[in-house]
Design a protein around this ligand. Structure first.
Ligand SMILES: Nc1ncnc2c1ncn2[C@@H]1O[C@H](COP(=O)(O)OP(=O)(O)OP(=O)(O)O)[C@@H](O)[C@H]1O
Length: 458
């Protein structure tokens, strides 16, 4: 580190357009940086091999090759230089290809100097921070476990924390998608900036635009003052779009535009403002299937799904279930100001055997209930109430549902039993229960109404 504080950070600018190269050089010099220029891919490779750079900015298309080659050169020679690619306006495919190859970020031409400065600042900060930017946030978002499946996730999280590529997190409900997103953010150079989590399925359609982009005073009845949206709130940080498959199509168009242009316009506003937001999205549904069914735009899907992070279900994490169970129990006990009761051998065996369709969240709920039922010192298998497999349970429920006709009444009873079981599993949290059932929050509300199940707020 001492080495770095004595010399100016050095940037390699690679472009065969002299005007643009000069403009970039001037801007970087004004920022107090040392600049080296290369007018071809070949020269740039030689420069990269010859001296240490803190950042490389390269045009995509040059006469003797592509900027992508430099991304690959840096990767294969493990040069540890963040590289950003300048792409032609609207050339989404090139931007995505660069990010996939390992570029730290991209800038669309014509280059906005404001965006360039933001990019350079984050790249240089990234170089200086080998430790998580905010240890306290990182500590609150650790992913516990040491199974091969989880270690693979942690390896990818570390890599993703070092670039700005959009990440698309998949995995079953309760498998830690949001926790992984928080961890990527916390470990990144943006760790001390906001992390804004948005449940796309829980926002009423007519409020979506103003929630995402904010509004100006007087834009609509009730808009008594200017208000920022999620994008402005997440500026400099990370915007986590949970249940992104639930976004209605018209909103998908607007979101795509905001992500591509890196600009937003408040509802009722005239001008657009720059926003610097890293997007991480997640869903427990198959977004590819939603695209096939015409419910999700393909262009937005490609935009979000640059790098996929798959969260393993708890049942594929082997002994991790026991490790997480002990940690969760300790946390719950602390909240109740008591010592954690000890999980007995039969309880450990039951946890190990159960398939946890609701993953870690289900484990948390189950332990919370077990603690309440236990003697406070020990937790036995019977306190866990998990002897039955889900399949056994469904079968037992179906058998208890009475006559199969009239068909509608029978189906209603099946539906009600499934919903009640999900609500029970999630401590009557409707949002989580909807996720467990694989339906949207809106659909959940409708079904609760239709089936006459009482609706209290979550
Ligand atoms: N590996 C893990 N270690 C510790 N806690 C975990 C782990 N995975 C998940 N959790 C905890 O389980 C709960 C559910 O996790 P999270 O909300 O991140 O899941 P999710 O996949 O985003 O769920 P959903 O699809 O319902 O939004 C949280 O309390 C989270 O802290």
């Amino acid at each position: 580190m001492a080495k770095k504080s004595k010399v100016l950070p050095r940037v390699l600018v690679v472009d065969d357009e002299t005007d643009l190269a000069d403009l970039l050089e001037l801007t970087l010099l004004k920022m107090g940086l040392d600049v080296v220029k290369a007018n071809s891919v070949t020269v740039a490779k030689k420069q990269l091999d010859a001296q240490r750079f803190d950042l490389c900015l390269s045009d995509m298309r040059m006469t003797d090759g592509e900027g992508l080659e430099l991304v690959q050169h840096i990767q294969t020679h493990r040069l540890d230089v963040p590289i950003a690619i300048l792409t032609a306006y609207g050339s989404t495919n090139n931007a995505i290809a660069a990010l996939k190859a390992g570029a730290f970020d991209y800038l669309a031409k014509p280059v906005s100097l404001e965006q360039l400065r933001t990019l350079v600042k984050s790249a240089l900060k990234l170089e200086q921070t080998s430790e998580p930017a905010s240890n306290s946030v990182a500590a609150g978002s650790q992913l516990l476990g040491s199974s091969p499946a989880l270690l693979h996730v942690l390896g990818l999280v570390d890599k993703l924390a070092r670039n700005l590529a959009p990440v698309y997190i998949t995995g079953e409900s309760g498998s830690g998608k949001e926790r992984a997103a928080r961890l990527i953010h916390a470990k990144s150079a943006r760790g001390d900036k906001p992390f804004i989590a948005v449940n796309c399925g829980a926002i009423p359609e007519n409020l979506m635009e103003s929630e995402f982009f904010g509004y100006r005073k007087g834009a609509f009845t009730g808009a008594t003052e200017d208000r920022d949206g999620f994008f402005q709130a997440a500026d400099g940080g990370t915007l986590f779009l949970d249940e992104v498959a639930d976004l209605p199509l018209p909103m998908q168009v607007k979101l795509l535009r905001a992500i591509q242009e890196r600009k937003v316009r408040q509802v009722g506003g005239v001008s657009e403002v720059d926003v610097d937001v890293r997007i991480i999205s997640a869903t427990h549904q198959s977004l590819a299937k939603c695209v096939e069914e015409g419910r999700f735009r393909q262009d937005l899907y490609y935009r979000l799904n640059v790098i996929e992070l798959k969260m393993p279900p708890l049942r594929e994490m082997g002994e991790d279930v026991l490790l997480i169970a002990q940690a969760v129990l300790k946390k719950i006990a602390q909240r109740h100001n008591m010592d954690a009761p000890v999980l007995q051998a039969d309880a450990l065996q039951a946890l190990r055997r159960y398939d946890f369709p609701g993953n870690v969240r289900e484990l948390e709920n189950l332990l919370e209930r077990a603690l309440a039922l236990s003697d406070g010192l020990h937790i036995y298998a019977e306190d866990l109430h998990i002897q039955q497999s889900t399949a056994d349970k469904a079968e037992a429920q179906a058998a208890n549902l009475g006559d199969t006709y009239p068909l509608q009444d029978y189906l209603d009873r099946v539906e009600k039993a499934a919903i009640m079981a999900a609500l029970d599993k999630t401590n009557f949290n409707r949002t989580q229960a909807a996720k467990l059932l694989g339906i949207t929050f809106r659909s959940m509300r409708y079904r609760l109404d239709r089936l006459g199940i009482c609706q209290d707020e979550d």
